[in-house]
Design a protein around this ligand. Structure first.
Ligand code: SF4
Length: 406
């Protein structure tokens, strides 16, 4: 996760740059665990990475098993749990799980589609004391409903947001940017402001597209760049107006490098200080500071690696699975710098971005260490000579990752 507002606030800070220390990547005592407790969902969203449906999926972890894993996570140094799904509120024991997690001292987030946050359960949601509730909105009104394939879901989700606000539960909007909802993005930022919501998470679609293409001309990349500019400027404007809000992004670590280029234009005198801080952040953290446990107990380096299991918490403790470097993918993810190839290997900002999203490289080329096809920066922006792209035949489509193969 890339915390834009934190860095832009630093750019505005008139005190002298405090960052003289060498850039050293931050490794947490235990990863942030995104835990898909249930695959069932009352919606069937177009971009759902868990391909959920409104049916029960067999073999999910029982309450007792979840509690046992929680004990192990605590002992492994994990401090943050994001309870997700499917729709986590469909799990009958969700409040038992969440209450136990908060009482154990975890920072606990709830990632919901918002439609099931109602007058009937808002007391229970409040009683848990979630540190954060994230509600997904994919645009306004009809745009959202079309994405969610459910008429009226926008109003239901917004009602969920409002109920949380009324109870002073920290709630944020989660927005996945695509070509089909890009037009709603500015209005969604206005909606956030109007509703008094003070956190906005922009998730980039895990878009791979074609391999070596002209980044300057690519429509999706152009939209991404415009969206990022709007996010930076909105964040800056709110800070200057004394109404700070949290703006964060995910699934494209090139965002850090793009922010640096923006800062070089807007705050040239503070940009080099920012560069040091961005290297300390260190870019993509899948398999290091981010972990995922799916509904069946399989552990993955992040939520997009569901086709690749590192092990199952029913058979091995999480801590053992997580630290087992005999797994070639984990060994590479934990290596610093990662064994990336192509333009990522030659990038002048590899220390800031860390080679971005490996699952995207793997899905497009079959090689988890190939350059990330979702990088929206031009060659000049990553310190290479002017674009030398040339059209090539489309690379092979995603194929399953087999461990012995790399
Ligand atoms: S070239 Fe690779 S390492 Fe550099 S910014 Fe793009 S994705 Fe990140």
């Amino acid at each position: 996760m890339f915390r834009i507002s934190q860095y832009i606030a630093d750019l505005l800070d008139p005190s002298p740059p405090a960052v003289a220390a060498p850039a050293r990547r931050r490794v947490l005592p235990g990863p942030v665990v995104i835990w898909n407790l249930i695959r069932r969902c009352n919606l069937a969203c177009k971009h759902c990475y868990t391909t959920s449906a409104d049916i029960d999926f067999p073999g999910e972890l029982s309450t007792r098993e979840v509690f046992a894993v929680m004990d192990d996570l605590k002992a492994s140094g994990v401090r943050v749990l994001i309870l997700s799904g499917g729709e986590p509120l469909l799990r009958p024991d969700i409040f038992d799980i969440a209450l136990r997690a908060t009482s154990m001292g975890f920072y606990v987030g709830l990632s919901s589609n918002g439609t099931l946050i109602t007058e009937d359960n808002i007391d229970a949601i409040e009683a848990v004391g979630f540190d954060y509730v994230g509600v997904s909105l994919d645009g306004l009104g009809d745009t959202h409903d079309a994405f969610r394939r459910s008429a009226g879901s926008f109003e239901q989700s917004l009602k969920g947001v409002r109920l949380c606000r009324e109870r002073e539960i920290k709630v944020g909007l989660r927005f996945t940017l695509t070509q089909d909802n890009y037009h709603d993005f500015p209005d969604l930022l206005k909606l956030m402001d109007g509703e008094g919501v003070d956190k906005f998470y922009l998730s980039h679609l895990n878009y791979g597209g074609r391999g070596n293409r002209n980044r300057r001309a690519d429509a999706v990349f152009a939209m991404t760049r415009e969206a990022m500019e709007l996010l930076f400027e909105t964040c800056l404007e709110r800070l200057r107006a004394g109404r700070p809000a949290e703006f964060v992004t995910g699934n494209n670590d090139a965002d850090g490098v793009y922010l640096l280029h923006w800062a070089r234009r807007r705050f040239p005198e503070r940009a080099e200080c920012l560069r040091v801080r961005l290297a300390q952040w260190g870019g993509n953290a899948s398999g290091v500071n981010i972990a995922n446990i799916d509904n069946l107990g399989n552990v993955h380096p992040d939520t997009f690696w569901w086709h690749y299991s590192l092990g199952n918490v029913r058979r091995r403790p999480f801590s053992e699975i997580w630290n087992d470097l005999s797994d070639p993918l984990m060994a590479g993810l934990k290596q610093n710098p990662r064994p990336v190839k192509g333009r990522c290997a030659r990038c002048a900002y590899l220390d800031v971005c860390n080679g971005n999203t490996r699952v995207r490289a793997h899905q497009v080329t079959g090689d988890p260490w190939a350059e990330d096809p979702g990088c929206y920066l031009t060659d000049e922006e990553i310190g290479l000579p002017a674009e030398t792209w040339r059209e090539r035949a489309a690379p092979p489509l995603a194929r399953p990752l087999s461990k012995p193969g790399f």
